[in-house]
Design a protein around this ligand. Structure first.
Ligand code: ADP
Length: 294
């Protein structure tokens, strides 16, 4: 299954979001089999994260964008659930604080980039500066229109420094958004998530579509690709995002480093294992590493 290739946006693609079906499920059906697939992906991701952490030479940055109620929070909750918090950082980008607004737009973003060995997740990102800023004219066109190139240059710098970047646009229909916002309004445990601003933003749906199309066209690059994920069906969104992350981590193929001193294999490892394993024959470190005694 290669969802990576199926949902990637080609560089400079002249695309219209109307060409993408938000109900698409790539032939998958909801049910136990698909759920088991997601569980397997989550387990595999955890395993690969452990290797990435041990290797300590590269990082992965996952960017989540989408209209309000498209499922950015839900994706973090359902897909990243198996990751070890020690090697993982989620950053949500809100309206810039006074201090952030006194710096260039990438200042707060650069500070949140994952270090080598880490997985970074951005809930919104630098792209807000060519989305909400463009739609609401929060800066002059001369400023925001230069940012596509500035973002590409920035992401190229990260890529050269060993950061693999995956950018997900969670694509829902306007009708699906309406249903989700209405469901939130009715649910006392979730209506805190809704604000009058969300309803106002919905009126600008068409402007956001145009702003997203520009982002996808100008900023999907070989070193930092965008993926358009059909997201009307939450279960498929979770499956597709998890699958693409796993495929990217497999391509990275992080390796355990060699021990930092000579003679470890012959001399020290057997003794260390004996020491760690003790009497019961098996040791688990976190969820990942199991050393078994023969
Ligand atoms: P969320 O909707 O992500 O759950 P909030 O309701 O707090 O969280 O919304 C965050 C808001 O911050 C969004 O409306 C988003 O457009 C806005 N925002 C993020 N980055 C910027 C930015 N650079 N300039 C202006 N507004 C921004």
């Amino acid at each position: 299954m290669k969802l990576y290739k199926q949902f990637i946006v080609s560089p400079h693609a002249h695309l219209h979001l109307s060409q993408f079906d938000p109900d698409d499920t790539a032939g998958f059906n909801k049910g136990d089999k698909t759920h088991a697939h997601l569980e397997k992906n989550i387990e595999h991701m955890s395993d690969l994260q452990y290797r990435l952490y041990a290797e300590g030479r590269r990082a992965i940055l996952i960017i989540l964008q989408g209209m309000d109620a498209s499922g950015k929070d839900g994706t973090v909750r359902h897909v990243m659930t198996g990751l070890n918090p020690q090697g993982c950082r989620v950053t949500s980008f809100k309206v810039p604080s006074d201090e952030e607004a006194r710096h260039d737009f990438l200042w707060r973003v650069h500070k949140a980039v994952p270090a080598h060995g880490e997985i970074g997740i951005f809930n919104r990102s630098q792209y807000e500066d060519v989305l909400v800023v463009r739609v609401h004219e929060l800066a002059p066109k001369s400023i925001w229109s230069a940012r596509y190139d500035e973002i590409n240059t920035f992401e190229n710098l990260l890529h050269k420094n060993g950061v693999t970047i995956l950018k997900f646009f969670l694509h829902i229909s306007k009708e699906e958004q309406k249903e989700r916002l209405e469901a939130r309004l009715k649910d006392s445990t979730r209506n805190w998530k809704i604000s009058p601003a969300d309803l106002k933003e919905r009126e600008r749906w068409g402007d956001y579509v145009k702003a997203y199309e520009a982002v996808l066209k100008k900023c999907s690059t070989p070193m930092a690709p965008w993926f358009v994920i059909p997201s009307n069906k939450k279960w498929f969104r979770n499956l597709a995002v998890s699958q693409i992350i796993v495929e990217a981590l497999e391509r990275m193929n992080p390796k355990f480093p060699k021990p930092a001193f000579d003679g470890f294999e012959e001399e020290r490892r057997p003794r260390l294992e004996q020491f760690l394993i003790g009497g019961n024959g098996c040791l688990r470190v976190g969820n990942n590493l199991a050393i078994h005694r023969d």
